[in-house]
Design a protein around this ligand. Structure first.
Ligand SMILES: NC(=[NH2+])NCCC[C@H](N)C(=O)O
Length: 561
């Protein structure tokens, strides 16, 4: 394979590209990315699926055979020259692996490569993507995050094929793909108008297109494939007719620029990540042409009306914040296509660097600025740590809702019954026993506690400790009330229950007719039934308070794992 080796010191050139590489800083001097230790450089997000989140496997792919315009193969060198890898290592604190070579794959490109099923350069793209799949797989199987710098978007057949296989082997899970692009790249060879394979990678990855010939994508096996249900598109605005049909028929989730205008990027990201779910590893494949040409003009198939750079960065930050990111591709930067002088290429490369940084470190910029402004541990930092922890608690929504509903019913019934009892005592000119107002107070506190929980849920700040402490206090109060009620019902003095059985339920003969006596009997019966209801709801409340403590403990324990 003909590759450009990257020397350790800044160099000014090789035959095909000018390559500037990392200054010779030993990796060991790079700040640790251990959670919370190095706030300048560290992502505050704990990775869910990487065993070595501090390691970054880099695959630099200088390949342009998936389309016809030369120049996209020079992108990795341009990005590296702009200092991307140096920053990733020295500022973001990653340990880099495999970063010392830009692969050109010239030896994999056959001399003769006639079109096949309407595909251009089919054997070259197949051989190169197969090799890329191996490279990405080798990095990903070590439990590292993998960054691939393309290259045109056909290389995603290799990057996604490789990470899908590695994650299946390592974790037994399927990956999800967030495909940020102006195009859907889901043409089959038959629906493609251009025959360019960079417009087809998703169809090969999902199995919508396949081929038996080993040298023309026959190497793609189930282990490399992804499910159509696990792809989410963002930024679409130039989708071919055949692709629209494929998207519709397969129910593929897609957020076009129209959706971004309508809902805003924040809501779109919520919906996109909601579709994927929080327990699925994510491969982010970012085509720079998703950005508006204003921000990224140097790309092979620019389409106006795209994302702002900030929206692109936000997408990358959101994906990073999930903690589910396992691989990132940045593709279709073509430094040789600079419509308005050289500045276009420069801007596009800068935009690309920004996207990658955001994907690798999330929103640390804010933290970084705050920490520079104050020498004390920054407020922003501490707040973010708290938020990162709060967001990780997974409350079982159904149980929580049932719990609140039943507790609310119990508390309100008890308040109602005792309020009525107090009224009766007043009417009969009898003193009010202490436990009537006591139980009303406890039940009111319970209602207040439920309202507090609702508020905290709305704020996404419900901590298990609050629920456990609150639940425990209420349980003790509730239990005291229950004991008092039981003593009244069945205890030695008073014994409401035996009184009721004797006078009311066991009254013989039962009063009938519209007499005062019947009315008095009916009133007494309803008082007796109210006592029973109070006992029943008191019992339910006590048990449910125990239950919520168990739930809170489980939520707490799950998070600690
Ligand atoms: N990754 C890209 N830039 N793809 C552009 C694809 C354009 C067009 N849909 C095609 O199939 O040829």
């Amino acid at each position: 394979m003909a590759d450009i080796a990257l020397p350790l010191a800044k160099s000014t050139s090789t035959t095909t590209a000018t390559v500037t590489t990392l200054p010779d800083t030993p990796t060991s001097s790079v700040g640790s990315r251990t959670f919370g230790r190095n706030i300048m450089n560290t992502s505050l997000i704990e990775s869910k699926f990487l065993s070595h989140p501090e390691d970054l496997g880099v695959v630099a792919v200088g390949f342009s055979g998936g389309q016809c315009k030369p120049g996209v193969d020079a992108a990795p060198s341009a990005l590296i020259e702009a200092g991307l890898l140096t920053q990733i290592r020295d500022e973001l604190g990653y340990n880099l692996h495999g970063h010392d070579t830009v692969h050109l794959y010239t030896d994999l490109v056959p001399k003769e490569d006639p079109d096949y099923r309407n595909m251009k350069n089919p054997r070259a793209v197949s051989a190169v993507t197969r090799k890329i799949a191996d490279q990405v797989y080798n990095q990903a199987k070590e439990g590292r995050l993998v960054l691939t710098l393309g290259g045109d978007h056909s290389i995603a057949i290799g990057t996604i094929g490789g990470s899908a296989k590695a994650i299946r082997e390592r974790l037994g899970r399927e990956i999800a793909v967030i495909w940020v692009d102006a195009h859907a790249d889901i043409n089959t060879p038959e629906t493609s108008g251009s025959g360019n394979i960079h417009g087809m990678p998703v169809s090969f990855l999902t199995g919508l297109a396949s081929e038996d010939k080993e040298d023309i994508f026959g190497w793609i096996k189930d282990e490399n494939r992804i499910s159509v249900k696990k792809i989410v598109y963002i930024g679409l605005r130039d989708v071919d007719a055949g692709e629209k049909r494929i998207l519709r028929e397969n129910g593929i989730k897609a957020f076009s620029m129209f959706d971004i205008d309508r809902y805003g990027i924040g809501r779109v990201m919520e919906m996109a990540l909601g579709h994927i779910g929080s327990d699925t590893p994510i491969h982010l494949s970012f085509d720079v042409d998703a950005l508006d040409p204003m921000w990224a003009p140097s790309t092979g198939t620019p389409v106006r009306g795209g994302l702002t750079l900030r929206e692109g960065d936000y997408i990358c930050e959101c994906v990073h914040e999930t903690g589910s990111l396992v691989a990132v591709d940045l593709v279709e930067v073509n430094p040789s296509l600079a419509p308005a002088e050289d500045i276009g290429a420069h801007e596009t490369v800068r935009a690309g660097c920004s996207l990658v940084r955001c994907a690798l470190v999330g929103t640390t910029t804010a933290v970084k600025m705050a920490s520079i402004l104050t020498s004390e541990p920054s407020l922003v930092y501490s707040r973010r740590v708290v938020e990162a922890r709060v967001h990780k608690y997974h409350w079982p929504a159904v149980q929580l809702n049932i719990w609140m509903l039943i507790m609310l019913i119990s508390a309100c019934t008890i308040i109602g019954v005792f309020a009525a009892f107090i009224d009766i005592q007043h009417t009969l000119l009898l003193p009010v026993p202490w436990y009537f107002p006591y139980y009303i107070t406890v039940a009111s506190l319970t209602v207040f506690f439920i309202l507090l929980l609702l508020y905290l849920i709305y704020q996404r700040r419900l901590l298990p400790s609050i629920v456990m402490i609150g639940g425990f206090i209420l349980f003790v109060l509730w239990l005291t009330g229950l004991i008092v009620i039981s003593v009244q019902l069945w205890g030695p003095d008073g014994s409401v229950s035996s009184e009721c059985n004797l006078q009311v339920f066991g009254a013989n003969p039962m009063p009938k007719g519209q007499t005062l006596e019947t009315l008095a009997w009916l009133e007494q019966r309803s008082i007796c039934q109210s006592w029973q209801a109070v006992f029943a709801f008191g019992l339910v409340g006590g048990v449910f308070l125990l239950w919520i403590m168990v739930i809170a403990y489980q939520v707490f324990a799950d998070d600690a794992v």
